[in-house]
Design a protein around this ligand. Structure first.
Ligand code: SAM
Length: 270
């Protein structure tokens, strides 16, 4: 009963943007659409210009001190948040390349919040008094600059919505996803068993669930070691994990067969 009630608790997102149309497609497809139709989340997209008072609905102005581009003015953002905020239930988020890196851990924390207000920037970004004065959490989706905060907001909406109880049919699927247990997920396979000469690892066809679980854990460790050693260094490993890691390290020390994968050409430093 309690679980069913928790599953019905509505999470609300209010998004403030100058380009509401960008959200139309992504919010009307797949899991985001079903989560809204099922009453698990409510996502409202607002045009920031609705909170302007002048005839031309001006939201930006030239930067003090000169320089290229335009800066988003404080008044519409403050007035919009004043109207939408529901006291301490609300968390205000400003999407910004200068923010805290968005991660699975941040998504898990936000999935526990009742109400998120997302502010999407454009042009040169927001007047700095906006995040400061609104007590906002500034979040970045990565070390690159996009033209606006709409795609970052969609990234956040997707990552947080799928962690909201009841949204994913099988709730365990988000628990084994990459990052949720501090490691990347193990490799996945489906039919056919052999395709273009590439065979599925035989253990996955064995029906031995204990052996499959061990193989998956070991491959998750191998994948994380190969691709994201920084994550592995921070992960909390059990005694079995450490034994599996030792096995992987021994196997990896042996000369490898086959072509390197494409993503070995790029490291995270590029
Ligand atoms: N002049 C700003 C700077 O250098 O920090 C960049 C402004 S950017 C062109 C316009 C808007 O896009 C930002 O206000 C922010 O809302 C959004 N944005 C761009 N890159 C982002 C990122 N990596 N993460 C989150 N938001 C981003």
């Amino acid at each position: 009963m309690l679980l069913r009630e928790a599953q019905r608790a509505l999470k609300r997102f209010d998004v403030l943007t100058l380009f509401p149309g960008i959200f139309r497609g992504p919010l009307q497809e797949s899991i985001l659409r079903r989560a809204q139709e099922g009453g698990l989340v409510e996502i409202r997209v607002h045009d920031l210009r609705s909170w302007t008072r002048d005839r031309h609905h001006v939201v930006d102005d030239e930067p003090y001190g000169g320089g290229a581009g335009m800066v988003l003015k404080p008044e519409p953002a403050f007035e919009a948040v004043d109207e939408l905020r529901q006291g301490p239930k609300s968390t205000v988020i400003v999407l910004s390349p200068q923010g805290v890196p968005f991660s699975q851990g941040v998504a898990e924390r936000l999935a526990k919040e009742d109400h998120l207000i997302l502010l999407c920037g454009r042009y040169e970004g927001f007047d700095d008094r906006i995040p400061r004065g609104l007590g906002a959490l500034e979040l970045s989706i990565g070390d690159y600059v996009l033209t606006g905060g709409e795609i970052p907001a969609l990234v956040l909406l997707d990552a947080v919505t799928r962690l909201t109880p009841g949204v994913l049919g099988d709730s365990t699927s988000s628990q084994t996803d990459s990052f949720s247990a501090g490691l990347l997920e193990y490799p996945q396979y489906t039919r056919p068993p052999v395709y273009r000469g590439m065979a599925v690892p035989p253990i996955l066809l064995s029906g031995d669930h204990k052996a499959i679980a061990r193989w998956r854990r070991k491959e998750a460790i191998r994948r994380t070691l190969e691709r994201r050693p920084d994550l592995l260094a921070r992960a909390v490993l059990s005694e079995l994990d450490r034994a599996l890691l030792a096995e992987v390290e021994e196997e990896e020390a042996a000369p490898s067969e086959g072509e390197p994968r494409k993503n070995e050409e790029l490291t995270t430093d590029h």
